[in-house]
Design a protein around this ligand. Structure first.
Ligand code: KDO
Length: 334
């Protein structure tokens, strides 16, 4: 081989080495895609919270994650997220305990009305040993890793026509929209109403056209989803101090390094703090806002609701499956 041939070969080898290095670099830099699906609308604190999560993660691990927020149920419909994660079609979602109870029936305990007393009780139950135990079980049984419990708010009943409501008997015949799973429908029934399943995205129109008489959601949701525009009365039943779980598929979670796991957890905790504080503040402020909109706010006999709903759960087939002693342990969390 002559000198120029040797030179050409050396140059080609150098080029190849360079492009291999570049490819390896690109691979090392490939961003981890985290698509998050939620039915919540853009004005909802949960959607805003997901952008806090994205920003915090970008600060903690610059250029390493590609967080994509899909709101309004546009990527996966409400209730389909857990299965999508299990099939490898979705990385993250905000799951309800009702979604989880569909696969782990004993966890229907967390869907029971008048179980969690207030947001502080909620934070201590899910943030303490019970929450840790629940997370382990869900990871094993569902292949889904819970990252952080976030407050959804305290659910109240709202009606599109005013009505005297003191006790559950006064809700007889009221077509109360509930999300479409049996755990939710049971709650509507326990409240004394005629539960009607409907997706979250259909509720506004349902209230407006009268295909439903009412719905139940926390006050911040009435505001962000604009349900208050088609509401004449809010009955402060406070029947479910509600939580959602920011969750990630185990496949995605297990592929993360220990440092990335810590960064994801840290960003989730910051997002939850932002959400929880804003929701609690808004819950305090919104009664006045709704009054100013001409909506009647009434306080029923909450004790009568509590007694009726708790009794309905305790004698239901759900309670037969609750883990022994868990009810007492939840009640004992102070
Ligand atoms: C709803 O459909 O009423 C509900 O409040 C149920 C929750 O579990 C959750 O899906 C929530 O909607 C959405 O996140 C919208 O706030």
């Amino acid at each position: 081989m002559n000198a120029s041939g040797a030179l050409r070969r050396a140059a080609t080898a150098a080029l190849l080495a360079c492009s291999a290095l570049a490819a390896a670099g690109a691979l090392a830099q490939a961003r981890i895609v985290l698509r998050i699906s939620t039915p919540a609308v853009p004005g909802d604190w949960h959607v805003k919270m997901l952008y806090v999560f994205k920003d915090e993660l970008a600060k903690a691990a610059p250029g390493r994650f590609d967080v994509q927020v899909h709101h309004s149920g546009t990527l996966f419909r409400q209730g389909a997220e857990a299965v999508a994660m299990q099939r490898g079609n979705l990385e993250m979602a905000l799951l309800s305990m009702q979604d989880i109870a569909r696969q782990i029936p004993e966890y229907s305990i967390f869907t029971a009305g008048y179980l969690i007393r207030d947001p502080d009780h909620l934070a201590k139950v899910y943030g303490g040993p019970i929450g840790a135990e629940v997370s382990r079980r869900i990871a094993e049984a569902m292949g889904i890793q819970l990252l952080q419990a976030v407050y959804l708010g305290t659910r109240q009943v709202s009606l599109n026509q005013p009505r005297q409501v003191r006790t559950p008997a006064d809700l007889a015949g009221v077509k109360l929209r509930m999300p479409g799973s049996k755990e939710w429908l049971f709650l509507g029934q326990a409240l004394g109403a005629s539960p009607t399943p409907l997706a979250f995205t259909e509720v506004y129109l349902g209230l407006k056209t009268g295909t439903i008489d009412g719905q139940d959601n926390p006050l911040p949701t009435l505001k962000s989803a604009k349900f208050y525009e088609v509401t004449r009365q809010i009955v402060l039943t406070g029947h479910l101090v509600d939580v959602l779980q920011l969750a990630i598929s185990a496949k995605t979670w297990n592929a993360l390094s220990a440092a990335h796991k810590a960064q994801v957890k840290g960003a989730a905790a910051k997002a939850a703090k932002f959400n929880d504080e804003n929701r609690a503040r808004e819950e305090r402020e919104l009664v006045e806002f709704f009054r100013s909109q001409g909506i009647e706010i009434t306080t029923p006999d909450v004790e009568a609701f509590r007694r009726t709903v708790q009794a309905a759960y305790l004698k239901s087939e759900y309670a037969e499956k609750w883990p022994r002693g868990l009810l007492e342990r939840i009640n004992a969390v102070k």
